[in-house]
Design a protein around this ligand. Structure first.
Ligand code: BDP
Length: 587
């Protein structure tokens, strides 16, 4: 599914703003067939949970309804009209007046509906979007629902971050010509100094393409729905020095251009060789963070001010990369990374495929993670669909150099290999050009993990000094080094430390190595850095986390997870300067 855009042949109307809002049980049996009876107004984009100061809304499990009136521009006669939802977390149903036009499961990828036959150019219609926040054993991420003694439904899940829900990204109305570009795929390569762009355009008629440089000059062109464009002395997309060309795909009928679609293109290569990951043939070392889409009040709501600020803060630290832990981020984030040369490890929402860690909850669920009594075929199919939708959405982003298909699964358990092997194959089938990885959990050591050999790069999340060897950095240093050397010796693959860190209360200091102090956080990071510098297979370090973030309720969480290098409102803890010194060489 193509990203909607304004072009000479397409128009785009943004439907963000205040929508009428109601919980399912407040609004009657079939709220979508009429006007919602409610006083509540919900901002879009935003998670709804923290907006209303109302526990019933924050803790609601099930459907909520968003509704607004939409006018179709009168100039759209003869055009196809589509509604596109960038994300409905976790399940969405879209109604135009009384008609159901789209349904989608998966909270972090887009979906759309063609509504041409239901609307009139110049006329109005009622757009209603139902959003369900329920996680089940067959959703990605998975979860469980229990009922309390007094009859309330409660959502349980095995991931740390809070289960924010709603319409946290934009909603669009757009026009597209009857015969149009339906998909574009670009893959870049290098032949000496010549850039090679293989393209494929799905369209219902003849196609021609032009590749423009950043000044708008045509550097290559070609007829045909697929082919190769060659760019002598190409300017490469490099980490920290992005350069984007633009592929203009045109659909031509009877000599006239009936549709035109622009796709940014970065020319770069990615390759794993031995224990190195090469971008444009040069070894790349990841410096950066695991992040979250998380801010006060708006939850996971996309916010361009926070987005730019986060990127600038990462740059202030000298970061060159981040991981979209633990779900695909808003497309605007990847566009920004493309334009600014930030390297991205792009992750699915497959977090919590692990019944061995409880996070202090009682689920009543079985202990064996994989198989029909845990996460079986239906979960794997949902996971496969999450991979398909991630790659379909993000395949053309030069910033994305690697797919991470899961975070901290129970990869030490029987059944893990049968579960993951087909998913790794699927990922490679869908994209043969990018390495595939997963983020490994400490319980699955280099001796007990059963899936690491399936992947190109091994990402490790480790908490020596925090969850293990708590407060004892000397032991942490020894154990971390022994483990990394074990991974290096057994697999001979590149290792990226995708999580390491310590919960830290901003402003708390001590001369001793006391947990929760800023001093401990900096000492822990410095301990890990010494080890990374001694182990050649380590090709990257991404601190957990960029900023403090909201979590599920837990006695070990004080208003959320405090492992941020920045507070939730983006003030630096002392660790930020340690990173700036190491990554940027500046005080
Ligand atoms: C890791 C998870 C991450 C958590 C982190 C923590 O991957 O989502 O937030 O631990 O406990 O296991 O801080």
């Amino acid at each position: 599914m193509l990203r909607p855009q304004n072009s000479p042949t397409r128009e785009l109307v943004n439907l963000d703003g205040l929508w009428r809002f109601a919980l399912d049980d407040d609004a009657g049996p079939e709220p979508w067939t009429g006007v919602l009876r409610t006083d509540l107004e919900a901002p879009v984009p935003a998670s709804y949970n923290d907006v209303f100061a109302d526990d019933a809304i924050r803790d609601h499990v099930g459907w909520v309804w968003y509704q607004r009136t939409v006018r179709v521009p009168r100039g759209w006669a003869g055009e196809r009209v589509r509604v596109r939802i960038d994300a409905a977390t976790h399940e969405g149903r879209v109604y135009v007046d009384g008609s159901l036009v789209a349904e989608h499961v998966g909270g972090y990828t887009p979906f759309e509906a063609d509504v041409t036959d239901l609307v009139e150019p110049g006329g109005e219609f009622r757009l209603t979007i139902g959003v369900n926040n329920e996680l089940t054993p067959t959703t990605i991420p998975p979860g469980f629902t229990t009922t309390t003694d007094d009859g309330r439904r409660k959502q349980l899940y095995r991931h740390d971050f809070y289960n924010y829900a709603g319409l946290a990204r934009s909603v669009w109305l757009y026009s597209v010509p009857a015969v149009s570009v339906e998909d574009v795929t670009v893959v870049s390569g290098l032949d000496g100094t010549t850039g090679v762009v293989e393209y494929e355009v799905a369209a219902g008629a003849a196609v021609r393409v032009r590749l423009l440089d950043a000044e708008g000059a045509t550097v290559a062109e070609r007829e045909g729905a697929s082919g190769e464009l060659r760019v002598p002395d190409a300017r490469l997309w490099r980490p920290g020095a992005a350069y984007l060309y633009e592929l203009v795909a045109e659909v031509v009928e009877d000599g006239a251009v009936v549709d035109s679609y622009s796709q940014p293109v970065g020319i770069r290569t990615v390759e794993v060789r031995g224990t190195e990951l090469l971008i444009n043939g040069e070894p790349f070392y990841f410096k950066g963070f695991g992040k979250h889409e998380d801010t006060a009040v708006r939850g996971k709501g996309h916010d361009p001010a926070y987005m730019v600020h986060d990127f600038r803060l990462m740059d202030w630290c000298g970061a060159n990369s981040f991981r979209t832990s633990h779900y695909p981020y808003a497309e605007e984030v990847l566009d920004y990374a493309d334009r600014h040369g930030i390297v991205v490890i792009d992750e699915t929402a497959a977090v919590g495929l692990n019944l061995a860690i409880g996070g202090g909850m009682r689920t009543g669920a079985v202990e064996r993670t994989f198989g029909e009594d845990g996460f079986g075929k239906a979960t794997r199919e949902a996971h496969a669909q999450a991979i398909r939708e991630l790659i379909q959405r993000d395949k053309n982003h030069p910033s994305v150099v690697m797919w991470c298909i899961t975070n901290e699964p129970a990869s030490f358990e029987d059944g893990a290999r049968d579960y993951f092997a087909p998913l790794v194959d699927l990922t490679r089938e869908l994209d043969a050009t990018r390495p595939v990885t997963y983020a490994n959990l400490v319980f699955a050591t280099f001796e007990t993990d059963t899936i690491a050999d399936l992947f190109d790069v091994i990402c490790l999340n480790r908490y020596y000094g925090w969850y293990n060897d708590t407060g004892d950095l000397a032991s942490a240093e020894a154990h971390l080094e022994a483990e990394l050397r074990g991974w290096e010796a057994r697999f001979g693959k590149p290792l990226v430390m995708t999580e390491y860190g310590a919960d830290t209360l901003a402003g708390l200091h001590s001369v001793n190595a006391q947990l929760w102090t800023e001093d401990f956080q900096t000492a822990l990071l410095e301990t890990y850095h010494r080890v990374f510098d001694r182990v050649p297979a380590v090709i990257g370090e991404q601190v957990w986390n960029f900023a403090d973030f909201q979590t599920m309720a837990g006695v070990f969480r004080v208003d959320g997870n405090k492992k941020g290098v920045f507070t939730r409102d983006r003030r630096p803890k002392a660790a930020a300067r340690v990173l700036r010194k190491r990554w940027r060489g500046q005080d």
